[in-house]
Write a protein that binds this ligand. Structure first.
Ligand code: DGL
Length: 269
């Protein structure tokens, strides 16, 4: 048994897509979440900045005594994780490998769409894994930088969201993909708008959910949390407004998180 928490981070709300699935699959585990809402978005920044932010976020979670870390951010997973592997004492898992694996597995026509932040698409990380898992596949990519501010402002399925979805996804839809990787963990919060536009025949992959499933191989009887829960099973930290995170995070997790969110100064870590 190991009753330390699982640390999860993202630049904002997006990583809650992983948290929700971890809660569902591992109801005994404790989770500490950090959303870097004061510095979101990561996806339009340079690799150096993304590396610095990733280090800060990991150091903060390590200060909460975690047993493993999930980088529930496509940008940090693709631009920073390959560089920092091995630097820390706890295992660190990213979302790219798990998402690419699932897309490679479910595609039938071997045409896979990949959408993500500018940094993620530039890194080629999803392509790298897909070409290993399914060398026959063809990929079609698009950076969608306006999606993150839409999510952070609660525009999950409004007319402006539908317009931006069409603008970004038209070429990928016309290419005839049967699988679309929502390669930024914020994007599943726009799932309804994206699914409506892409149609029923296209399978949407949420790498945040996939990394949670991937943890099934990593959480063993030796390192699982005991079924005795502590009072603080789930705690959330942000680097900006607590109230907007409580409101939007609560909607997404379908549970009230008021009073469980604290603000920290991430630059101290
Ligand atoms: N949710 C993140 C990702 O998966 C970050 C989005 C951003 O901050 O630009 O890429």
């Amino acid at each position: 048994m190991d009753n330390r928490k699982i640390g999860v981070f993202d630049s904002g709300l997006g990583g809650l897509t992983a948290v929700k699935e971890i809660m569902h699959l591992f109801p005994d585990e404790s989770i500490v979440y950090f959303g870097d809402t004061g510095r979101v978005p990561y996806g339009t920044r340079s690799k150096e900045t993304i590396l610095k932010y990733t280090h800060d976020d990991i150091n903060f979670l390590l200060s909460r005594d975690v047993k493993m870390i999930v980088i529930a951010c496509g940008t940090a997973s693709s631009a920073a994780l390959p560089e920092i592997k091995g630097e820390f004492d706890v295992p660190i898992y990213g979302v790219v490998d798990a998402g690419a694996y699932e897309a490679s597995r479910v595609t039938k026509n071997n045409k896979i769409g990949i959408i993500g932040t500018t940094a993620t698409i530039k890194s080629g990380a999803y392509n790298k894994y897909i070409s290993e898992y399914n060398p026959k596949s063809q990929t079609f990519e698009m950076a969608c930088p306006l999606f993150v501010p839409l999510v952070e402002n609660g525009h999950f399925n409004t007319p402006v969201t539908k317009l931006v979805v069409e603008e970004y996804l038209k070429d990928i839809r016309d290419a005839g993909v049967d699988t679309l990787i929502l390669g930024c963990t914020h994007y599943p919060l726009l799932k309804n708008a994206i699914a409506e536009y892409m149609g029923d025949d296209v399978t949407l992959i949420s790498p945040g959910e996939e990394v949670a499933k991937f943890l099934r191989k990593k959480i063993t009887p030796e390192n699982a949390h005991s079924s005795v829960r502590d009072d603080e099973q789930y705690s959330y930290y942000v680097s900006d407004s607590v109230s907007s995170f409580e409101e939007l995070g609560g909607i997404f997790l379908e549970t009230k998180i008021n009073g469980k969110v604290n603000k920290i100064d991430i630059e101290e870590y």
